[in-house]
Design a protein around this ligand. Sequence first.
Ligand code: ADP
Length: 310
Amino acid sequence: MSRSAAVCFHHVIKKYGDLSALKGITFDVEEGAFFGLLGPNGAGKSTLINAMSGLVIPTSGRIEIQGFDVQKDYRQTRRLLGLVPQELIADPFFSIRELLDLQSGYFGLTGVKQKAWVGELLERLALSDKSDANTGQLSGGMKRRVLIAMALVHRPKVLVLDEPTAGVDVDLRRTLWDFTKELHQQGHTIILTTHYLEEAEALCDKVAIMQQGEVKALDSTQALLSKHLYRYLRVTLGGAVNHLIAPLQERLVEKDLNGLVFKLEKTASLTQLLAWLHESQLEVVDVSSRDASLEEVFLDLTAEGSADAK
Ligand code: ADP
């Protein structure tokens, strides 16, 4: 049975003058997904996210959140969505608690239950100690956590995180990963943009790779990895490399003290590779093979895209 969609993009186009930031984006994010929106700078990720939250008005097309139209049913969709932007824009003299209370008030949420929820958020995001501190005095990492708390005050079903771990230290990255995983397990749909491909590989069950306003690939992370046409072979050598014959040279991607790494078509035979190594008079000690990482798949896909654009 197919799961229902948390977010549907229907042929979303956004033009800025002559520039098409989004060229007709159509896809669904299933309810309960942990979805990664990836792409190089300028691909259109922020425009798409901002269109979801009503901050950018598409030139044409429409976006639905749990069946509600972002334009027509703005109130409903605003309640269903929590957006964690990259920067905290707030009066630096407000304390964290005041900010969260204000945000609750914006949604008309007051009372004991809401106070308890805000307290829980502060606790969970390790902000309780600082809840009375002015936001202007907080470290970058703390500000990031405040942004997450603000996005969660109204318990949105869909949480959108824009580069949540950009510029944060390893510890905080871990904490944020664990926290978002927990939210996902509790049933939230998570949409995340990230530059860290290993982050997407570790967290996301589905990813869309965007480039120049288009979706280049959209699949489960596993399928993207397994459908990829290449694998990587590390050849450990017993001696120095004096000469590599052309087919090996073409496929060489890395060379270090212990040996060489080749990028090989999955259909290519290992016997052939060994024959080429033999022809190059190399002493092979060991050969190990691995599938491409999401970063390598991403680089291949986006390199094809920029070649198409030329
Ligand atoms: P990403 O988030 O993937 O880096 P963006 O959505 O920020 O990409 O940008 C997509 C394209 O739209 C870029 O070429 C960018 O310069 C352009 N763009 C984004 N916002 C505006 C704007 N307000 N005015 C004009 N061009 C914009």
